[in-house]
Design a protein around this ligand. Sequence first.
Ligand code: DX5
Ligand code: ZN
Length: 233
Amino acid sequence: MIELAPSILSADFARLGQQAQAAVDGGATVLHLDVMDGHFVPNLTIGPAVVASLRKLSKVAFDCHLMVQRPDEFIPAFAEAGADWISVHQEACVHLDRTLHLIASHGCKPGVVINPATPLHTLDEVLPLVHHVLVMSVNPGFGGQTFIHSSLKKMEQLRQIRESRGLLFRIEVDGGVNHDTVTDIARAGAEILVAGSAIFEQGDPRENARHLLESARSVASDSTQSVSSVAAI
Ligand code: DX5
Ligand code: ZN
């Protein structure tokens, strides 16, 4: 089942709770919270206090995407603030295995993120440890960037690796997910779609969420139908 995880990065922060709720009303089942430190990426965003405030308003899963150097120092605070999932960048972690165990030890689902320039094989050893793999389809730091098409191949390969190794991680995509790209993304096998500007930049977040999810799910159900018709032959 494809899920939508709106990224609040493009929301109006003066009306954050309201906008997040609108996206949930439109069918989003996860909220994607982008944490940036001005070092790992050239931008600054939110800290644990914002996560804790939103936690009081919403029951959906909170997906904290840490774009920070030395994430181990911040994991306990985000877990305490109410994060359900915490993902860290392969590129930011010297001891990635230790960091993923640290996330799990705080009661959160660990995820690993890879940048567009990072090859998939760098995740070989940690795939059995993670709840999700987040494929960056833009260089992290900002909303509203153009989708990098080579990331589709990574999603397809992850799906194959998961099957051949009998693993359970979910495949998430982040960056440039919108009406023009969602069909290819759903076909490539992504199951959790992060979308910021497509949800919050214009119009009503509720309707935007509903439309995007509908397009993604129609592709997914098409592929199920074509698989079952092949099976029937
Ligand atoms: C970028 C962030 C994304 C961002 C996506 O570094 O990780 O979550 O909000 O924004 P869009 O969907 O506008 O590309
Ligand atoms: Zn993100």
